[in-house]
Write a protein that binds this ligand. Structure first.
Ligand code: PLP
Length: 397
């Protein structure tokens, strides 16, 4: 299929729920992607944060091929070697203070949060969930009920009852809202979709403490921040908190679909039949996840994200543009809040061979693979600089 055929066919048959960019991606390696005309791009979208180890990592490619030839399907009613290894590994690498000792496997971030919300209600026998304004947790009814953005929620009302929103970084409101009916507080340490906003240490520690004092569970959504993205294996490690349930997904399986709930020893033992699915813990995806976690550790990717992230944020902060309100981030989770709409900037970047993401209407977000070369990161930042200068000239006209 040539480019025109791909775009025309997808446009004709796609559901219509995505705003698409006018490019067909057909190949990737490391932090590079190629379109159907052979044009090369630096990838700062990273599969919406699911390509921490880069594209087509040879270790993961061979792990998938080997497992596909051995066993593709076996549900969790049977034991499996790949799943056993993965569950043990996830417990080993989890943030020590969380005291994780069990894992529930699912197929996406949304499903991980869905599981975490159910486990929190099950554990506490309470119904209410306290969630953050600007928080994003997915689009199924449960996870959407915890998601703040009105335009995602409103077309599907009524959502699940019992969800309350408080301003992120406002401990006073948290203290007024968390009570004896609260099953869980759910939050991201760096709000991703909500604009790349790292929470303050005081707020994150404070709300976790409040929740625990009042008998509620802390659900930490590390779907975007996990697996090295913020410069530590999990963002929780920056803040020394004790989450009871951690939801993860995105980069866990090197780009194949997987989500998981990491469960603390503080959570009551889950009983058979209360939750489940068909594909969670699928041996093929588990093999991919095992290889991915090995790569993240062997290549020391959290450390790499910390170093490159600090460097990149420094460079972004030094860009002198009247269009920038603030550059912020943690590790290689980078955001540039603009005083203008981000969409034309993303399009101009694409034309210069750089893919980046929005995070709301006016935040430019970059989630490059953690294996990105410094020279590639430099080129991407230079493109941002040039595009902003160009836009500035257009605004002046
Ligand atoms: N939670 C967070 C913090 C996310 O960033 C996302 C996806 O962007 C999700 C949940 C939903 O994950 P998925 O798209 O895998 O269902």
């Amino acid at each position: 299929m040539n480019t025109q055929q791909i775009i025309e066919t997808e446009s004709k048959y796609t559901s219509g729920v995505y705003t698409k960019r006018p490019v067909a991606i057909v190949r990737g390696h490391g932090a590079r992607l190629w379109d159907s005309d052979g044009k090369e791009y630096i990838d700062c979208v990273g599969g919406q944060g699911s390509a921490n180890i880069g594209h087509t990592h040879p270790k993961v490619v061979s792990a998938i091929a080997e497992q596909a030839a051995r066993l593709g399907v076996a549900t969790e009613v049977f034991y499996n070697d790949q799943r056993a290894m993965l569950e043990e590994k996830l417990v080993q690498i989890s943030p020590p203070l969380a005291k994780i000792n069990r894992v529930f496997l699912a197929n996406s971030g949304t499903e991980a949060n869905e599981g975490a919300l159910k486990f929190a209600r099950y554990h506490t026998g309470r119904t209410e969930i306290v969630s953050m304004m600007r928080g994003f947790h997915g689009r199924s009814f449960g996870s959407l009920s915890a998601t703040w953005e009105p335009k995602y929620r409103e077309p599907f009302a009524p959502l699940v009852p019992g969800f309350k929103f408080i301003p992120y970084d406002n401990l006073e409101k948290a203290a007024q809202t968390i009570d004896e009916n609260t099953a869980a507080v759910i939050l991201e340490i760096v709000q991703g979709e909500g604009g790349v906003r790292p929470g303050s240490r005081e707020f994150i520690q404070g709300i976790a403490k409040l929740a625990h004092e009042r008998g509620a569970v802390v659900i930490l959504d590390e779907i975007q921040t996990g697996f090295g993205r913020t410069g530590k294996m999990f963002a929780a490690e920056h803040y020394d908190i004790e989450p009871d349930l951690i939801s993860v997904a995105k980069s866990i399986a090197g780009g194949l679909p997987m989500g998981a709930v990491l469960i603390s020893e503080r959570i009551r033992k889950l009983e058979p039949q209360i939750h489940g699915n068909t594909f969670g813990g699928n041996p093929l995806i588990c093999a991919s996840a095992n290889a991915t976690l090995e790569v993240i550790q062997e290549e020391n990717l959290p450390q790499r994200a910390a170093e490159l992230g600090e460097y990149a944020l420094g460079r972004l902060k030094r860009i002198e543009s009247p269009l920038i309100r603030e550059a912020r981030g943690l590790g290689l989770m980078l955001g540039v809040e603009l005083k203008v709409k981000v969409t034309p900037i993303l399009q101009a970047l694409l034309e210069r061979g750089v893919f980046a993401l929005p995070a709301g209407p006016n935040v430019l977000r970059m989630l490059p693979p953690l294996v990105i070369e410094k020279s590639e990161l430099d080129a991407a930042i230079e493109a941002v600089e040039q595009v902003l200068a160009e836009q500035e000239r257009q605004v002046d006209k």
